[in-house]
Design a protein around this ligand. Structure first.
Ligand SMILES: [Zn+2]
Length: 140
């Protein structure tokens, strides 16, 4: 069973909304020893159904550092080892936040703004495209 198959099975097991919640809590726990799903009851139940699922925190964390919009792994540690240039980083970090922006971010670029320890390059591209199409949201 591949990591992708385990992730898909877990996603179906908990449902889309909880799956996203576990992704965001995993992203937010980076830099700490805590892996939210690790000792969670839902993970124990899932492992009874899917014995191939990882037990080690690193394996669980690796499985959940995932962009659910673009279906690809997230890149870690952009600030100390950036794959994005400084201007792009500044643009996506400092874009103005309105309710319309939040809706677009949740729908189209959940991992392409704000805390840039972790990014999805396709989210960043979608964010830049959205800003270009909405110039007044990109004023300082
Ligand atoms: Zn993405």
């Amino acid at each position: 069973m591949t990591a992708d198959e385990i992730r898909s099975q877990f996603r179906a097991f908990v449902g889309e909304e909880r799956f996203r919640g576990f992704i965001f809590s995993t992203v937010n726990s980076l830099g700490t020893d805590f892996v939210p799903l690790c000792s969670h009851e839902v993970w124990r139940s899932f492992r009874e159904e899917c014995p191939a699922a990882p037990i080690q925190p690193e394996g669980i964390r690796g499985m959940l550092l995932w962009c659910h919009v673009h279906e690809r792994p997230l890149l870690i540690d952009q600030l100390s080892n950036p794959t994005l240039d400084a201007a792009t980083l500044a643009t996506i970090t400092h874009s103005s936040r309105t309710s319309e922006w939040y809706e677009a971010a949740e729908r189209s670029f959940p991992h392409g703004h704000g805390g840039l320890d972790v990014v999805c390059p396709e989210c960043v591209a979608a964010h830049l495209k959205w800003l270009a199409a909405h110039p007044r949201w990109n004023e300082p």
